[in-house]
Write a protein that binds this ligand. Structure first.
Ligand SMILES: [Zn+2]
Length: 623
């Protein structure tokens, strides 16, 4: 290896067809040559090492070739071509604007432009890193660029197109070079390795290609580095060791821990990674990328987006099969949040560990959506408790709530009554129970406005629990369970009343008798009570329980006073002696139109619970 030539130079493409990863650009250039529509000024933009200078040189060589092939490639044999190949051509002039950015450098170039080429048709001027030119140099160059001699072609190359002044941009034909795909780079490396008789592992080449981040030149120099390290072979282990890359294997193990809900394993793995000198942030971004890769494996169409080859590709597919899309999306969301917040966290290690614990808890949460989620979802927990029909729990709940002197408490009483079928059938206690809490009621009704504001406040304080808490149970919720019995007019109630000695009554019977009674009240001059009785239709629930929705505690008081007479009348005019009337105070929310965005959200979430799930998953605030 006396005359070692770096692979990037040794294997620099010399024809359009061998340029890697820029097919649209080479095709356009070839067509321009074929149709003799060549512009006089080009601007090649794109990241470093993607083939800008290479294409410029190929273009220069091809248009000067005396026997251009049908495929619009240089013949490689004519005088011009050979001089190009030995880098002795006088038709090509390269200027590195990064180190020659003065106005004098450009003036020298302009002097040269005046001289027509002795051999070949065109003189090509390549100005690399053209954005580095000083303003004066740019201005000095403008005139020449605008009216170049017919034999002169300018190719400006830059990595920062945005730094080029518009007057230059408008005079150039612009070609945007794209980053080269990992797959293309890996293939090219493999070809080079074959020519150099070097054994390579596909995974190793993929890792190099990924590390090069779209730059073929960088990939080739890493490759050279690896070759000199491993002599005649490039192995995956050598590469990850030398490039300080975290082994894929760690990520596979991390995802396995997530799948197995194994927090312990996940934390130990992370510890191991830190001990090996890797950065925590690096790990979490790598994990995000790994999750993303698993996600693209889920679909044949997106499989091409997987930047891995060989055995690792298979490994990805295998693990992707074990993960649900839901799981991957949730995991990505968590790892991404962890990534973003990393720099702001004081205890970085703890920060990542928390993220890992959350990741390992995803499956528990997903599997037990109906059960309390212990990790980060107090709202759900409450929900599941409420949905539980266990009377004991409801009792406890009510007791807990009784401690807070809130107007909302009263509403829960009737709810409790409703869900727990009354054991004593013939008592008007339900209504008469009310006076027990009257002391509280009296205090509150003195200041009704305050009550409403309290209600509102308490709801805004705990937005996530709102949907599930009994205090906001909508009217519909009350009506629904009782829908069936009276709609099936007569049939169902009979069944329901199985062990009752009373006959079934129907909703329409109830409404008729109720209206009669209301009329009597009307005649006695109790207008307020009359309107309370008639404002809403009473609802017949199971076990001949009649529910009336009222608006406030004043109405409740009125009804309590009237309770005995009302029960008396209903029992004597309907064929059931077990009729009992309960009242439910409607909360403000149930009749108010959603106004604030929070209310609108709640209403939407009521209709479609997955909206709230989404909100929790992405940790969105409701402001
Ligand atoms: Zn030629």
């Amino acid at each position: 290896m006396d005359n070692f030539i770096v692979s990037a130079r040794k294997y620099r493409p010399t024809t359009f067809d061998t340029v890697i990863g820029q097919p649209s650009i080479t095709t356009t250039l070839k067509n321009a040559i074929k149709n003799n529509h060549l512009a006089q000024a080009f601007l090649f933009c794109g990241p470093r090492g993607v083939g800008k200078t290479t294409c410029a040189r190929i273009l220069a060589k091809t248009i000067n070739c005396k026997n251009i092939s049908e495929n619009i490639e240089a013949c490689d044999q004519c005088e011009s071509c050979t001089s190009f190949n030995t880098s002795h051509s006088f038709n090509i002039h390269e200027l590195d604007a990064a180190s020659n950015n003065h106005v004098d450098d450009i003036r020298n170039l302009i002097e040269q432009v005046r001289i027509a080429p002795q051999v070949g048709k065109y003189s090509i001027y390549i100005i690399d890193e053209v954005h580095m030119l000083s303003m004066q140099a740019f201005n000095a160059f403008l005139k020449t660029l605008e009216e170049p001699p017919s034999y002169a072609i300018f190719i400006l190359a830059t990595t920062s197109k945005q730094k080029i002044i518009p007057t230059i941009l408008s005079r150039c034909q612009i070609f945007d070079f794209s980053r080269i795909r990992v797959e293309d780079i890996a293939n090219h490396l493999e070809n080079v390795a074959k020519k150099e008789s070097i054994n390579t592992e596909t995974e190793a080449l993929h890792v190099i290609a990924q590390k090069a981040d779209g730059s073929l030149r960088d990939a080739l120099s890493i490759f050279d580095q690896m070759v000199s390290f491993g002599e005649t072979e490039v192995t995956y282990n050598n590469v990850i060791e030398n490039l300080n890359i975290l082994d894929y294997d760690y990520y596979f193990r991390a995802v396995n821990a997530i799948l197995e809900k194994d927090i312990r394993d996940s934390l130990l793995l992370f510890d191991d990674i830190l001990k090996n000198g890797f950065d925590g942030h690096n790990y979490i971004t790598g994990l995000s990328e790994h999750l993303r890769n698993l996600l693209v494996c889920k679909d044949e169409e997106t499989l091409q987006l997987l930047p891995a080859g060989g055995k690792i590709r298979e490994k990805y597919k295998e693990q992707a099969d074990k993960c649900s899309t839901d799981l991957l999306l949730s995991a990505l969301s968590i790892s991404n949040t962890c990534d973003i917040a990393y720099n702001a966290s004081v205890s970085k290690r703890l920060h990542i560990e928390l993220g890992l614990m959350q990741l390992c808890s995803i499956r528990s949460i997903q599997e037990n959506t109906s059960e309390p989620a212990r990790i980060n979802n107090p709202a759900k927990q409450e929900n599941s408790e409420n949905s539980d029909e266990d009377p004991d729990k409801l009792e406890n709940k009510a007791e807990k709530n009784a401690e807070e002197p809130s107007a909302t408490y009263k509403i829960q009483e009737p709810l409790k009554e409703k869900e727990v079928p009354p054991s004593k059938s013939d008592n008007p206690e339900v209504l008469e129970e009310k006076p027990k809490e009257k002391d509280k009621t009296e205090l509150e009704e003195e200041n009704k406005e305050d009550i409403h504001s309290t209600k509102k406040e308490s709801i805004e304080e705990e937005p996530t629990t709102v949907k599930y808490s009994p205090k906001t149970k909508s009217l519909k919720d009350f009506v629904k369970p009782s829908d069936e019995p009276w709609k099936k007019s007569g049939k169902a109630p009979e069944e329901n009343l199985g062990n009752e000695s009373n006959e079934a009554i129907t909703q329409s019977d109830l409404e008729r008798v109720w209206t009669e009674y209301a009329e009597i009240i009307h005649k006695t001059g109790k207008h307020s009570l009359y309107s309370t009785l008639t404002k809403r239709i009473p609802i017949l629930n199971e076990n001949n329980q009649v529910e009336l929705i009222i608006e406030n505690s004043v109405q409740n008081k009125e009804l309590i006073a009237e309770s005995e007479a009302l029960h008396e009348y209903l029992r004597s005019h309907l064929p059931s002696s077990s009729i009992s009337v309960i009242t439910t105070i409607e909360t403000k929310e149930t009749k108010r139109k959603p106004y604030t965005s929070l209310e609108k959200f709640k209403r939407m979430a009521e209709k479609n619970p997955s909206i709230d799930k989404f909100r929790q998953q992405f940790d969105l605030d409701l402001d």
